[in-house]
Design a binder for this molecule. Structure first.
Ligand SMILES: [Mg+2]
Length: 270
């Protein structure tokens, strides 16, 4: 059997880190951060990022952390510019004492602009598949992003995971309840464990794959414009009038699809 690979592509801002021009006041000592000695700016890393990197390297300082061998490739794709993307990559290496970058590729807004010009969409995962043919495919690659619009479009909606914004400026964000990386860790473990059972030509988060991997708890319905889409996401995400979580009841009317919008959702087994 071939050694199958999983590729996790991270957005930077408000997904894995938050950039601040000055250090924040208050009790943020517990957070991993990287201070730029030249301008005094600080990059705060999301809780759990360090542990996630250790998961990626099971022979890291703490020894084998997971029972299954995880073959995870990481990438970065930011809406920021290329120097910023490279800066964050260096900051991560520096902060976590990594001799070698943990990222196979680092993309920025340059790649997004180029793709938009050729009719592709924002952070279109097809670019990754074209750059690493046969290695990264729609069956093994997904984007982790706090901005729904990067994920809910046609090219990415079955290859993305929308997460809550890591936003230290938002009073609603609660550092102690941030489960993003722990969810992602169990998601990755689950994919790796089941990968040999997944068809090679289906998108990673196709409905069938989700059923097969028992990942339905992350598969949520959203109203995107006038469409209802099922997308992988964490419990809370940034919603607005163009992206609203819905209860699974669809009512067809003459004018189109009418949906019942409900914010509080309970997961009941049918
Ligand atoms: Mg972001």
């Amino acid at each position: 059997m071939t050694n199958r690979q999983l590729c996790v592509v991270f957005d930077i801002d408000e997904t894995i880190a938050q950039y601040h021009k000055k250090p924040m006041k208050g009790e943020l000592m517990r957070l991993d951060s990287y201070r730029n000695a030249d301008d005094g700016s600080v990059l705060y890393f999301r809780p759990g990022f360090r542990q996630f990197l250790e998961l990626k390297d099971p022979m890291g300082p703490k020894g084998p952390a997971v029972p299954i061998e995880l073959n995870i490739a990481l990438g970065i794709w930011t809406y920021g510019n290329a120097p910023y993307a490279k800066y964050v990559e260096r900051a991560i290496c520096d902060k976590f004492n990594l001799d070698k970058s943990p990222f196979r590729f680092v993309y920025s807004v340059d790649e997004i602009r180029e793709d938009l010009r050729r009719g592709y969409q924002e952070k279109d995962v097809r670019r990754i598949m074209e750059s690493f043919p046969g290695e990264f495919t729609e069956a093994n690659t997904f984007l982790v992003d706090n901005r729904p619009a990067n994920v809910h479009h046609r090219a990415n909606c079955q290859n993305g995971f929308i997460v809550e914004s890591f936003d230290l400026n938002n009073p609603k964000y609660n550092l102690n309840n941030d489960r993003m990386f722990s969810d992602l860790k169990s998601l990755c473990k689950c994919i790796v464990k089941n990968q040999h059972r997944l068809p090679i030509n289906n998108p990673l988060f196709s409905k069938n794959n989700i059923k097969l991997m028992c990942l339905r708890k992350y598969h949520r319905k959203y109203k995107v414009g006038n469409e209802i889409k099922e997308i992988m996401s964490s419990e809370t995400v940034d919603e607005d009038e163009n992206f609203i979580r819905v209860q699974g009841v669809k009512q067809r009317t003459k004018k189109g699809i009418k949906v019942k919008v409900q914010r509080k959702i309970t997961h009941k087994k049918k």
